[in-house]
Design a binder for this molecule. Structure first.
Ligand code: AKB
Length: 357
């Protein structure tokens, strides 16, 4: 989608009434897409949702969407066609290649995670040009934007704030940090040569920790050992954990992650002091996670066999993050400890998912 093409979009006289107002969700078939689309449909059954994913989405997601598209966010023609048919006031850009997969294919990751994000930002800016309204663009970012230089540095750093250690050591972290900066630029500065009040969209981003869902498993991430261990326990399978027992990272449940996205989306723009916010619920070591799961699924058999590359990634991510800015600006508060997450959501959800008891 060239800039010229975007200005064509903004200057043509297409009648707004011809375009249906809708919410665009990229990565609609992914773990977070599932949770978010269900939550959006629950709170407003009348809202029009357009779901986009690289792979065909499940029927249960299709049933909640006005339209689902199978397509690639690098495909600008497809995005232009979408923008000609819908007025997107909200864009939830969830599609991304996660950290381990991105490290295996760094150039593709760059194209998807940075190029694809740029395409979505351009779509939103064109929307502003056409309607005069600032579209809200929400981007899930990640603890991968941080980079601790060694395990010793990670131990000394402890819990970190948004502005510390922004030297990512993975392609995924570099991509997401670049995407955050692009969003912040278009939020605050785009058009600064022409206007005294620059800014072409309303960009909001959350740096997520590892996320654990009772219904779905992630793929291609490095925090995947958390959900994989839990689902293995529910299935009665042994689990070989790809990081050391003492590896510590922050985590949260998928319903909490979806709640965080909606709360940030709903916050008045004037209350937001920054473009990207940390959130977290609990921060166990891999051994603590295994022990807590084992008190509920007593047969769980976990062995720790770290794979060097993935261990290196985990050792470069913070043991925990400070979520004070999110608490202060938009009222974020985690509702779960690890124990309450297991007892109130994960274990009941897994039992229902796998038909146990
Ligand atoms: C990953 O492991 O790549 C993701 C993340 C931390 O963003 N779960």
């Amino acid at each position: 989608m060239s800039s010229a093409h975007l200005s064509n979009l903004s200057s043509n006289d297409q009648d707004l009434a011809d375009r249906r107002t809708a919410i665009l969700v990229t990565g609609a078939g992914g773990e977070m897409g599932h949770g978010l689309i269900h939550a959006l449909a629950d709170r407003d059954p009348e809202c029009a949702i357009v779901g986009l994913d690289l792979r065909p989405t499940e029927d249960s997601i299709g049933a909640l969407c006005t339209e689902t598209l199978t397509g690639d966010i690098r495909d600008t023609e497809m995005l232009e066609d979408l923008a000609s048919r819908y007025h997107f006031g909200h864009v939830f850009h969830l599609a991304a290649m996660l950290s381990s997969n991105a490290e295996r294919a760094p150039l593709l990751a760059y194209e998807v995670n940075v190029g694809g994000t740029m395409n979505l930002l351009r779509l939103a800016i064109a929307e502003r040009d056409r309607t005069g309204q600032l579209p809200v663009v929400v981007l899930p970012s990640t603890i991968a934007v941080y980079g601790l230089s060694s395990l010793a540095a990670k131990t000394v750093a402890g819990t970190i704030t948004e502005d510390e250690f922004l030297e990512p050591r993975t392609m995924y972290g570099c991509n997401k940090l670049a995407a955050e900066h692009l969003g912040r630029y278009f939020n605050d500065h785009h058009g600064q040569f022409e206007s005294e009040t620059p800014g072409s969209l309303d960009f909001r981003s959350i740096r997520f920790p590892g996320i654990i869902s009772a219904e779905t498993l992630p793929s291609g991430g490095t925090t995947d050992y958390g959900p994989e261990m839990l689902h293995a326990a529910a299935r009665g399978e042994a689990y070989t954990c790809f990081v050391r027992a003492d590896s510590q990272l922050p985590f949260m449940t998928m319903p909490e992650a979806v709640r965080a996205i909606l709360e940030l989306t709903d916050a008045p723009r004037s209350s937001l002091s920054r473009a990207s916010y940390n959130v977290r619920s609990f921060a166990p070591t891999a051994a603590e996670l295994a022990d807590s799961i084992r008190t509920r699924f007593t047969d769980l058999d976990v062995t720790f066999e770290p794979t060097p590359g993935r261990q290196l990634i985990v050792d470069g991510w913070p043991a925990d993050v400070d979520d004070a800015a999110a608490r202060c600006d938009w009222g974020w508060a985690p509702t779960h400890t690890l124990d309450s997450a297991l007892d109130e959501y994960l274990i009941p959800g897994l039992k229902a998912h796998y038909g146990l008891e």
